[in-house]
Design a protein. Structure first.
Length: 215
């Protein structure tokens, strides 16, 4: 039996287009990748990007199983996710605010310096996307609107994997751009102000997350 029998190219294209547009719009994930790129270098930023993309697999899995709809409709579960995500972003924001000013590496190769482990970078990216309630609402709405209920589980899984890879690729490109020596050096010139602005940005995103409402 062909697991991909009934594959709908138009449905796939519409889903990827909608997801792609949402991916490139600056938000919590973008802020995290920017911070990692400037503060910790290319390797940490790329691994963070992989963590962000990996969380899409979780969002996709519970959406396909129908759990996402339950979360989006349950005030208690939605608020638990919302406040957990906000608390995590506030923690990141305060940590960045209090951190020493990022210093430009003395080595000429982009992205070779790294002050956190790759495991920590991955976890930060994964949790940033996983604990974002807007991602829950987006996935539930996206699949409900664009993916037919007749589409097989295998094809839906294929969609989710593609979305995950797309997000990883996009933020990997963002990581490469912001760790180009001249681009990264421009941020270093802000010194402590980069930490202040980034910290405020994360806390502001946390406030925005708390204000997120169910639809």
């Amino acid at each position: 039996m062909d697991l991909f029998a009934g594959f709908n190219g138009l449905e796939y294209a519409a889903l990827m287009l909608a997801f792609g547009i949402s991916a490139v719009m600056p938000g919590i994930d973008f802020a995290m990748v920017l911070k990692q790129s400037v503060t910790h270098g290319r390797a940490a930023a790329v691994v963070t990007s992989i963590g962000i993309g990996s969380a899409i697999l979780v969002h996709g899995a519970y959406t396909i199983l129908g759990i996402g709809l339950i979360i989006s409709q349950s005030i208690l579960l939605f608020n638990l996710l919302k406040f957990a995500g906000a608390a995590y972003l506030i923690f990141i924001g305060i940590s960045v605010w209090r951190a020493p000013a990022p210093k430009e590496p003395t080595v000429p190769v982009e992205g070779v310096t790294r002050s956190i482990t790759l495991t920590s970078a991955y976890v930060q990216g994964f949790l940033t996307n996983l604990l974002n309630p807007k991602a829950v609402l987006f996935f539930v709405a996206l699949f409900t609107t664009l993916v037919s209920s007749k589409t097989s589980m295998a094809i839906k899984g294929f969609y989710v994997v593609n979305m995950s890879l797309m997000l990883m690729a996009w933020f990997a490109l963002v990581s490469v751009f912001f760790t180009i020596r001249d681009v990264r050096s421009a941020f270093f010139r802000f010194g402590k102000w980069f930490n202040r602005i980034t910290g405020i940005a994360f806390i502001s995103l946390a406030v925005s997350m708390v204000l997120t409402r169910q639809h």
